[in-house]
Design a protein around this ligand. Sequence first.
Ligand code: K1U
Ligand code: ZN
Length: 170
Amino acid sequence: MALLPILEFPDPRLRTKAATVEAAQVTTPEFQKLLDDMFETMYDAPGIGLTASQVDQHLRFMVIDVSEGKDAPMVFINPEITARDGDQGLQEGCLSVPGIFADVTRSNRITVRYLDRDAREQELTTDSLLAVCIQHEMDHLEGKLFVDYLSPLKREMVRKKLSKQRKHAA
Ligand code: K1U
Ligand code: ZN
């Protein structure tokens, strides 16, 4: 397995709209390896979600594990939200915007249809952190970041803070 480099805001590649995955592609060794590498990268970061977009592979899928023990990996390929209900506000982070956290309001309960890593069709209704995480990751697939919900002034402050952090790290 391998750790993959994660693109960071304001990298323009994060704005790419991801393409649909062909079902036949899912079970290929190359695709399965990419899934394994993405899980390894997400756990190492550490994070609870990661999209292909964030590792510069612009295809519509994500890996998620919101469990305490990091023992409940989930794969969502070509996810589509088919129902949503209520609102919830939660503080979000993002591996592509390191060290920045902000409250975002999202749907409280969602139903999502997707393919799993065996290319089987699934439907899941969920709420709380998993619902927030799925919506955050689906934004990535559209080229949208959680900082887009902030005011332009706050977003510019985030950009400057990250630029300073990178200079100090260099
Ligand atoms: O998309 C990403 O960059 C992953 C992101 C997912 C997410 C977190 C919180 C709310 C919505 C979506 C992260 O995983 S940020 C890191 C994080 O939240 C975390 C890190 C270690 C332990 C627990 C959480
Ligand atoms: Zn993110």
